[in-house]
Structures are given as C-alpha cells and as structure tokens.
Design a protein around this ligand. Sequence first.
Ligand code: AMP
Ligand code: ZN
Length: 509
Amino acid sequence: MKPHQLQIQNTLSRKKEIFQPIELGYVGMYVCGPTVYSDVHMGNCRTFISFDIIYRYLIHLGYQVRYVRNITDVGHLESDADEGDDKIARKARLERLEPMEIVQRYTTGFHEVMAMFNAMPPSIEPTATGHIIEQIEMTEQIMKNGLAYESNGSIYFDVEKYIGNNNYGVLSGRSLEEQLNNTRDLDGQGEKKGRLDFALWKKAKPEHIMRWNSPWGEGFPGWHIECSAMSRKYLGDRFDIHGGGMDLIPTHHTNEIAQNVGCCNTAPVNYWIHTNMLTVNGQKMSKSLGNSFLPVELFTGLQLDPKSPGAAPSLAVLGDKHPMLDKGYSPMTVRFFMLQTHYSSTLDFSNEALQASEKGFRRLMEALKTLSNAPVSDKTTYDIPQLQSRLYAAMDDDFNTPVLIAELFDVVRYINSVNDGKEFISAEYKSSLIKLLNAFVHDVLGLKDDIMEDQSGTTYGLMQLIIRMRADARARKDFGTSDLIRDELAKLNIVLKDGKQGTSWEIKS
Ligand code: AMP
Ligand code: ZN
C-alpha cells in the first residue's frame, strides 16, 4: 500500500480528518441503499455514484474494502414519523402485485441503471426482509438494556431515556429543542411515551400484508433498525465508514446511532460521509415534488410514457421529447457531469450544464486516444511525476473529483500540444502517463468511452421508433412486416417482448 494522507470530511466531527482504518489495510463501509418501491431517480444515482468513487479510490489505494449497501424492501413508511403505509406494500396494493414482485422489479431496474453508470456492485447487498431475525434480536437487546418499551404490540426506542446518558443530536448537531420542533405531532403518537421516540417494531394492522412473527405478535420492523442490524452483522459493532445522502442525517442516521449505542454500548461508525443533493432549479430532486428525472429519460431525451411497465432501461416505453432536455446524454457523460462537482456541494441539473459536460468528456476521451498514438521524442516537456502527486493530492483531499478533473484537463492540453509537435514526450514517460491516466480516468473515476456502446441514447431512440412502426403495422394487420421486424431484430440479438402494457426490448448477451 502506498503511504497516503487521505482526508475525509466527517459529519460527526464536522471536520476534515486523516483517515485511519480500524484494521490496517482493511475498510468496512456501509451505505444506505434504495427503497425499492419505485424507480431510482437521478438524485439517488448521484449519491450512489459518489460512493462508487469513494469505493474505487479506497481500492486503488490498496485497501481491501467490504462495501455493504442494503436494499430497503420493508419498513420504510410514507412518513418518517412511523406513520402511514409501508411504501412497498402500498405500491403492491395499487398494482395488485405481491410486494416481492415490486421489490424484484425495482431492484433489477436499480442494478441495470448502476451497471450503465459503470458503478461497481457492493461486496454484500443485504435486504431488510432477509434480516428480520437480526432486527428482532437487536430490538430485544435494546429492550434488555432498558432503552425500548412495548406499547400495544409495537416496540419504541425510548429517546428520552437515551438522552440521559448520550448525545442524541451528535450527528446532526441539533439541540433537543430543535429536534422537538422538527417533529410533528401525528396520529398514533399516543402509543409513544415521548415525541422523539421511534419504532423498532410495528404491530401489523389486519390489512397489512408484509408481516412476520415476533415475540410481540405479528408485525414488521421499523425502517432504521434494518441498517443497524445489517451493518453490525457484516461489519461488526464498530466499523470505518457509513454513508448516505445528507437528508438522512436528522432522522435515519441519528436513530441508527441511537440503536447501535443502545444495543452494543459503542458508537458504531468512525467516519460518517454525507452526499449533497441533486437539485432542479434549486429544489431537491424528489419523487414527491414531481421534479425527478429518471436515468432512461436522460439517456434518451424522451419522457417515460405513463403506461410504461417500468423505467428500467430495458423495459422503458418512451413517449414525447422531454421538456427540459434538448437531447439524450450517454451514461458516461452524465457520470462525468456529476463528478465535475464535489459530492458535498449541491449540484443543479440543467440541459446547458450537461451539454458542456458532454464536450468536456469527449475532449478527455479524445486526448486519451491521441496520447496512445502521439509521437515520442528524446525529451519530455511536462513534469509527469509532479502531475501524479497532484492527482493523488486531489483525491486525498476528501475525494475531490472536480479538482482531479481540472488537473486532467491540464494534461489534456499538453497531450494535444505533443500531438501538434509543440511539446514533447519520451517513450518511457509516455507509457507511464498512459498508465497513470488509465488508473485515474478508468479505475478511480470509473469513466469509459461509451460513444460506440449500445447504451448511447441513439439506440433507445431508434428502438422506440422501430417498436412504434411495428405497432402501426400490427394495427393495420400487416403481420408480415411486424414479424419481419421482430425476426430481423432477433438476428441482432435484440428480443422484443409483447406484454399487456406494450412492447419492451432486451439485448441478449
Ligand atoms: P431512498 O430510496 O429514498 O431511501 O434514497 C436512496 C438514497 O438516495 C439516500 O441515500 C438518499 O439520501 C439519496 N437521495 C434521495 N434524493 C436525493 C437527491 N435529490 N440528491 C442526492 N441524493 C438523494
Ligand atoms: Zn440506512
């Protein structure tokens, strides 16, 4: 391992700290994954891509990383205050499907989108429903320690009692008063002793479909306990890094810490990392605000048809031009766009910014090609060892990808000058520069040249056109043409699937 002074902005201390893992050479990292009741939007993607960079850089530095990112498939209620429906159960009811059909559909879509963004899969991807026993056991331990109580078949964490010996606002920096002011009085509050108390286990009402047996009768786990139980199971009572979007700080992560301390008497995490929000016209991108973009819309520049069976790129049925997009942008362009802003700053989404990123990304990719064909000389007119230090310094400074990209553009200028015969590079330095850029551009930033790949927006646009033409042919009862289209596509390994909600397509590998 190279000696490095990696610094991480720790939400817990509100300072940049030198990263020191618990065990030399190993890192345990937990990131809160998606709630799979609907398609991931670009805001969610920003958070997961930010952690992909962190994961990649830690691996690049030589750490053996165990990266755990969960799938929330039960327990996330519509309101963070333990009220309302379970998001997945509600969607299942609306669509007349099994909850696990909803979970499978959106988990598959999430994986597909992450693969298109070239985000590495985590080492372990545990599900909340797969860890009910662990959540019950942890709840029992917290009760044994006197920090949770039963009320009408539900179990609540006793925040008031916890506050007696611990700082409940340690992560958010909020005073008790502020926390109370941010908690709404809601129905069902009567079951709780204190307003800040939160559910570890909820009794299932008769109509609730997702339910399990427990020492307290049939019910389901609260949202926060899953991450405490699963991080502890795979990473231990205390581990190195925990991450998520910063919207999770005041409730979900605050409660996770309380649960772990309440169970195991130790703060669970050394470094808390929080990513900032993707915004649209300054507003947080979110499903509930109706301003969210789906990845497939961005890749194609088209709007998802409301009748589409899903937004996973392979299923998506697309409609008209998206009002906020001039055209589609490739997944790598979008990834590059996101990396041009530090993960801790807000990032505002616009067609203009994407257009600029597309140009920048192409320039970088072209320079890499130019370098491999560039003429060599007996001298080198650029300080390549110093460039290497600058690239590491950028990433060591809390994974500063925008500074790293600015350094890369400095070398792009040099590469183009070498090609023009105005600057020079020796054969030896050329091969070390190629290696260095491959490491930072491909391995650390996870960028690859996708212009020739099937993921580009053009393919989606073309497929939509072909599917529409085939539907028209069928409507005219011209089955000869519609069969010809299907058979010719099959020869190209593109399979069309006709369903109740229209035709979807898939590239068979
Ligand atoms: P959820 O599926 O709602 O549990 O969210 C999954 C992850 O996406 C969490 O870490 C959230 O903090 C994060 N997230 C949600 N909205 C945004 C956004 N607009 N920008 C960045 N991250 C987000
Ligand atoms: Zn979580």
